[in-house]
Design a protein around this ligand. Structure first.
Ligand code: COA
Length: 165
């Protein structure tokens, strides 16, 4: 009898900060895979407002009730991290056609770097298709309301960061 291995998927990103759009993708991915590892990039190429520890913490608070998730940080190449986890599936969300070219380039590059790796795209839910982390950062920096864009568990933390409340 063939023993089926648990299907593990990696959902990578910068998450500066995590948004309701990201959470929607994580929830839906857990309905397809046995385990979803949210992999927070600690790349020095992208300047972030939140530190790596803060970004990981905010996602952990937000996925507390979502079973089958784990949150980790990684540095270096995504394909190397994926191999180290014994996984081969990357999950990415597609919000609109504007995401497509960038995502296609990343999927092709990762495939070239490691032929075993497959990228699977989930279409963002319509209500989240306009949300981005930079939009959240901009609104928060002017003291605007961000409760419709980010998980409740992160709200006070984000406000504090921008407004020193
Ligand atoms: N809901 C809301 N926002 C979403 C989203 C969704 N479903 N999907 C993407 N976004 C937004 C983010 O909010 C972010 O917005 P911003 O640009 O306004 O800040 C933007 O899309 C992209 O962010 P994110 O999803 O966090 O991904 P990223 O493009 O920053 O992450 C990595 C890219 C980390 C996966 C990639 O750089 C990587 O793999 N790095 C490791 C090094 C490597 O292997 N490089 C070669 C890769 S080809």
């Amino acid at each position: 009898m063939k023993v089926l291995k648990p299907k593990k998927a990696i959902y990578p990103g910068t998450f500066d900060p995590v948004t309701l759009g990201h959470i929607d993708i994580i929830k839906r991915a857990t309905e397809i895979f046995d385990e979803v590892i949210v992999a927070v990039s600690n790349s020095s190429n992208k300047k972030t407002v939140f530190t790596i520890d803060e970004r990981v913490k905010m996602i952990r608070w937000s996925v507390e009730d979502i079973k089958k998730t784990r949150v980790e940080s990684f540095s270096g190449l995504l394909v190397d991290y994926i191999s180290s986890k014994g996984a081969k599936i990357i999950i990415r969300g597609l919000r609109s056609s504007t995401d497509f070219d960038y995502e296609q380039m990343m999927a092709f590059t990762n495939k070239k770097l490691n032929n075993r790796v497959e990228t699977i795209f989930l279409m963002s839910a319509g209500e989240y298709s306009f949300i981005s982390s930079s939009l959240v950062r901009e609104i928060a920096s002017y003291g605007g309301k961000i409760d419709k864009f980010v998980p409740e568990a992160t709200l006070s933390f984000i406000k504090k960061k921008f407004l020193n409340l």
